[in-house]
Design a protein around this ligand. Structure first.
Ligand code: C2E
Ligand code: MG
Ligand code: MG
Length: 573
């Protein structure tokens, strides 16, 4: 050990120095408090022994000065040396920063014991410091990726805002969310999901400077903070780099995986003056990027904020829509295009708000999906359609199927079949009369659970239709994997079908695809007779659209059914 000793008596200094050297220590001998301080600064000893009574600076004074220079990290034990030790001087010595007392004269054994005890304390203190450091790192980092975690992000953003203010800088905030990450987890399993997240983090690290801040703040959500003079520009450059880097395929355990990301950018002080508003702005911008088809980045704008506020207020209103009976269902008949008879009808949800008026399901269904209300609303629709179907059956109308649109969230629920079964039992509606419409995004993440659900539906006699067919994902493999009954051609393809060569080719191909796969094919959005003729000539015999009938209320539908049955009676002599 390197031990610094201060004693103004030459003899005492010689005695203690010899004793220490005999114990194998290196001694820095000083004759005054002043000299001890200057040697302490030069030599950084492991232990200090100070005589209490010295000419000039006393041992206590010297100890307090040294303690004032000490930090937690370079703390050194101090022992006082004194001829007589009373209670008062003990307390004075400890208050001055000393750790122990040695009374003169002392034996070699006592000296050795005291030094060992001090050594032990110093080692324990060092270990404690290391553990505290490790704990600090652990509590601030994400174990999977080694980037910071949400907790650290929340702490650091405050500090960065303060730095930006002090140094007249701007703070760029990037929110990065992977697109359809859940589908990857579902398809390849969580292990691969974790590997992917780790590699994503590595790629993100390559896109920023070493002093930029990166944190993973959710399963597949990352955040970056950049402090700079002009972060608006830098953040865009970084966002572009990240989009490119993440779009390159990943190879994980022999699987080639492609993903993309959506990034929202917000800049302090322009897009938010507090931590919360800035984070909200980046979040809003990120959702906007998702809405614009994902795989892009968006800078926050005030218009986005207005749109967000509208969404929030719609969301709040939607929470009351059911209990205030503002939701209702209209029915659009599906016809046999040749006989012009009703073969089915589609239940379409409507929301009539007291002040907003009628709101389109295209607007409120996505909100319901996002805020988790879709299950409640979806079940309500199923129950009401089945109830209405049972009423029509009682009136003798049982020659058609009733279609219900399902959200992806509903079909992916484990409990979906049980819920449907209890609705069918409660309403006494036959599963054979029920048709469920799914859109392609619902089927994109093939899970075993989804396959089981659709197979069970098939076994129960419930038909499934792919709605808006051809408008979204082009992966057709689900047509082979799942027992689907029908395809519904989206109305978009029927527009100007007689003259638009592309549309006519698409519709013809979709019809032949369905026919070859032995599926029913239904056209939606029929607005004129030419479309009907085109469809019949090309082999599609079922359809719905404003030309045939707009969606109408259940009562109007009852009248329509009655008129239809009367005219049928008239036809048959
Ligand atoms: P969808 O299932 O593809 O429904 C067809 C949409 O086309 C309906 O719009 C219908 O009113 C409209 N339509 C019917 N014939 C014509 C036509 O000749 N020309 C034109 N231009 N449009 C026609 P709607 O009722 O606004 O519904 C929009 C979408 O909202 C539906 O598309 C469906 O995806 C969703 N939706 C409606 N009700 C529900 C529901 O209960 N649950 C869920 N999850 N989604 C629903
Ligand atoms: Mg539909
Ligand atoms: Mg459709």
């Amino acid at each position: 050990m390197k031990i610094l000793v201060a004693d103004d008596s030459k003899t005492n200094l010689a005695i203690i120095s010899t004793a220490l050297e005999q114990l194998g220590h290196t001694v820095i001998a000083t004759h005054s408090g002043e000299e001890a301080i200057s040697e302490y600064e030069k030599n950084k000893p492991d232990l200090i022994i100070l005589d209490v009574v010295m000419e000039g600076m006393s041992g206590f004074e010297c100890a307090s000065k040294i303690r004032a220079m000490n930090t937690e990290e370079n703390w050194i034990p101090i022992i006082f040396l004194s001829a007589s030790v009373d209670d008062q001087s003990i307390s004075q010595g400890i208050n001055a920063g000393g750790d122990d007392y040695l009374t003169k004269p002392f034996s070699q054994i006592t000296l050795e014991a005291k030094i060992k005890a001090m050594q032990r304390i110093a080692e324990m203190k060092k270990k404690l410091l290391l553990t505290t450091e490790e704990l600090k790192v652990l509590s601030s980092t994400d174990p999977l990726t080694g980037t910071y975690n949400r907790l650290q992000f929340e702490k650091s953003i405050k500090e960065k805002i303060a730095t930006a203010d002090r140094q007249n800088l701007t703070l760029g905030l990037l929110f990065i969310d992977l697109d359809h990450f859940k589908a990857i987890n579902d398809t390849f399993g969580h292990n691969i999901g974790d590997l992917l997240i780790r590699e994503v983090a590595d790629r993100i690290k390559e896109c920023v400077r070493i002093d930029d801040f990166i944190a993973r703040i959710g399963g597949d959500e990352f955040v970056i903070m950049i402090l700079d003079k002009d972060t608006a520009h830098t953040a865009e450059v970084v966002a572009k780099k990240i989009l490119d880097k993440l779009a390159q395929p990943f190879t994980l355990e022999n699987n080639t995986i492609r993903i993309s990301s959506s990034i929202g950018l917000a800049c302090y002080p322009y897009n938010g003056l507090t931590r919360d508003t800035l984070v909200q702005s980046a979040d809003i911008a990120m959702y906007h990027a998702k809405e614009l088809g994902r795989n892009n980045f968006q800078n926050y704008t005030n218009e986005m904020n207005q749109k967000y506020r509208r969404q929030v207020s719609l969301e709040q209103e939607l929470r009351f829509a059911l209990e205030r009976s503002q939701l209702f269902i209209v029915y659009q008949p599906i016809y046999n295009l040749i006989s012009k008879q009703i073969v089915g009808m589609e239940g379409l949800l409507r929301w009539k708000h007291n002040s907003f008026g009628i709101i389109s399901p295209n607007i409120f269904i996505p909100i319901a999906e996002e805020c988790g209300l879709i299950m409640q609303i979806g079940n309500w629709v199923l129950e009401n359609v089945c109830q209405q179907g049972a009423k029509w059956n009682e009136l003798g109308f049982d020659h058609f199927k009733l279609s219900v649109n399902l959200s992806a969230h509903q079909i992916h629920q484990n409990s979906f079949i049980d819920t449907l079964n209890s609705i069918l039992i409660a309403t006494k509606f036959s599963p054979r009369q029920l048709e469920l419409e799914l859109t392609e995004p619902s089927l994109v993440s093939f899970t075993n659970q989804l396959k089981t659900t659709i197979t069970k539906l098939h076994d129960m006699g419930v038909n499934t239709t792919i709605d808006d067919f051809g408008t979204r994902y082009s992966s057709l493999s689900y047509l082979r994997s799942f027992p689907i009954s029908s395809l519904k051609i989206d109305k978009e393809f029927l527009i100007n079908i007689q003259h638009d060569v592309k549309n006519s080719i698409i519709v013809k191909s979709l019809i032949s695809l369905a026919v070859n796969l032995n599926l029913n094919v239904i056209a939606e959005g029929i607005e004129n007779d030419e479309q009907i003729q085109f469809l019949i000539i090309n082999g599609c015999f079922l359809g719905q659209g404003y030309y045939l009938s707009k969606p109408i209320s259940a009562n109007d539908m009852t009248n329509l059914l009655m008129n239809e049955s009367k005219s049928n009676i008239n036809v048959i002599p």
